[in-house]
Design a protein around this ligand. Structure first.
Ligand code: PLP
Length: 403
């Protein structure tokens, strides 16, 4: 099995050529109109709101956007129900605004969405909001979670950091909750280097987001509450404007690549490729695959290490789950069965906006090769992993590598 012609890293951001926006950027520099929501930030915000079909405010990054969204929704204490199967940014944002994240389980290891029944079980008289996460770009079960939020008079918010471009029943996500936020970090399908936005159909909530983004002040007038500085840079806005022009074909490429890899991987035993729930068209930030070590021939840690030898770089995302992190030790005794099983067996495969069929086929062939090597020479298969911390046979059932 040859190596890839160039390394297949976990992400490969595609940015516009500098000449596409250089003249505009030079004008911004020459005129000094570079900060405080200048021309291109305002223009990007307008185009973004039109594209998403929901009023949106851009941010310097997704995390500041999420903290601002929580604050603007009135969250300053109490409990917020979140998945543990997410990036740490989610519970961190809850803590930063003064509330406590309460972790709920995901429904299954295929869609990796927050389990509405488990959310409802964890509601107490301290609960103030549900903060769902669109893991890997797969939209959460908005309808079910919204019904629960309404029944218990809670805010329903979404950390949709990875899901810009995902559709539910043909409609782009962004306006399905009291508020949603996106990340435009370089690792995301829609990237402005750093960046993000908050979207809402609630004009009062959005007005509060706008004030909080600018130290709590609007147009130099009175300040009603302490805010922060969440403003986007002109250079990010200029890149964002260009990215919007090529984004739909990029999503199509990602979705086509997923189907191509899915078809190849379905021939290999022990691999469960993530799938979309009915009505959801995901942008697929990455392609998660859950490894059954007994059937595949080695566990996901060994698979990840073995693939590096073929220059295919995967990510154990999101692992360990948040409730096993020291910062959230207080909830360590919480058992989230599906989250734990998924987090310790999942591997995320690369996906790019400009992915080629050959790259998809190479990734599948490398995984097939690793699988066959493990079957033919189990001991060699295990050691080829290098990173397999398990001392069990590679044919033994998958073990959790607890933190
Ligand atoms: C689920 C999730 N939430 C929030 C964030 C934070 O976004 P940003 O990196 O733009 O601050 C990320 C980013 O990586 C994420 O994956």
């Amino acid at each position: 099995m040859p190596r890839a012609s160039s390394p297949l890293n976990i992400v490969r951001p595609v940015f516009p050529k500098a000449e596409q926006f250089l003249a505009a950027f030079e004008t911004a520099l020459e005129t000094g109109q570079v900060a405080n929501n200048s021309r291109w930030v305002v223009e990007f915000e307008k185009r973004l709101s039109e594209y998403l079909g929901v009023p949106s405010l851009v941010f310097c990054n997704g995390q500041i956007g999420m903290m601002t969204m929580l604050r603007a929704a009135g969250i300053t204490g109490g409990e917020v129900i979140v998945p543990s199967f997410t990036f740490l940014a989610t519970p961190h944002a809850v803590r930063w605004v003064g509330a406590e994240p309460v972790f709920a389980d995901i429904l299954d290891d295929q869609t990796m969405r927050l389990d509405p029944s488990d959310v409802e079980r964890r509601i107490t008289d301290r609960t103030v909001a549900i903060l769902a996460v669109d893991a890997y770009g797969v939209a959460s079960d908005y309808a079910a979670l919204k019904r629960i939020a309404e029944r218990h008079t809670l805010k329903f918010l979404v950390d949709s950091a990875p899901s810009f471009g995902t559709r539910v029943d043909g409609q782009l996500v962004g306006g399905f909750a009291d508020a949603q936020m996106f990340s435009f970090h370089a690792t995301k399908p829609f990237a402005t280097m750093e960046g993000g936005c908050v979207c809402s159909h609630d004009p009062e909530l959005l007005a509060r987001v706008k004030a909080l983004r600018n130290f709590g002040q609007v147009d130099g007038a009175d300040c009603q509450e302490p805010g922060l500085n969440g403003k986007m840079l002109e250079i990010s806005a200029l890149i964002g404007i260009e990215q919007l022009k090529t984004f739909e074909p990029a999503i199509a490429t990602r979705r086509r690549s997923v189907e191509r890899m899915r078809s190849g991987l379905s021939q290999i035993p022990g691999l469960a490729v993530a799938r979309e729930p009915e009505g959801v068209e995901a942008n697929w930030m990455l392609l998660p695959v859950v490894v059954d070590a007994a059937q595949f021939g080695m566990d996901r840690d060994a698979l990840a290490s073995a693939l590096e030898k073929h220059d295919v770089f995967v990510r154990k995302y999101y692992s360990p789950p948040c409730h096993h992190m020291t910062a959230y030790r207080a909830q360590k005794d919480v058992t989230l069965e599906v989250t734990e099983r998924t987090a310790y067996n999942v591997v995320a495969l690369p996906l790019y906006n400009d992915m080629t069929d050959e790259e998809c086929d190479f990734i599948v062939a490398a995984i097939q090769h690793v699988h066959l090597s493990a079957l033919i020479a189990p001991a060699q298969g295990r050691s080829s992993g290098g990173g397999d911390r398990s001392s069990t046979s590679p044919l033994a059932p998958s073990r959790r590598s607890m933190p």
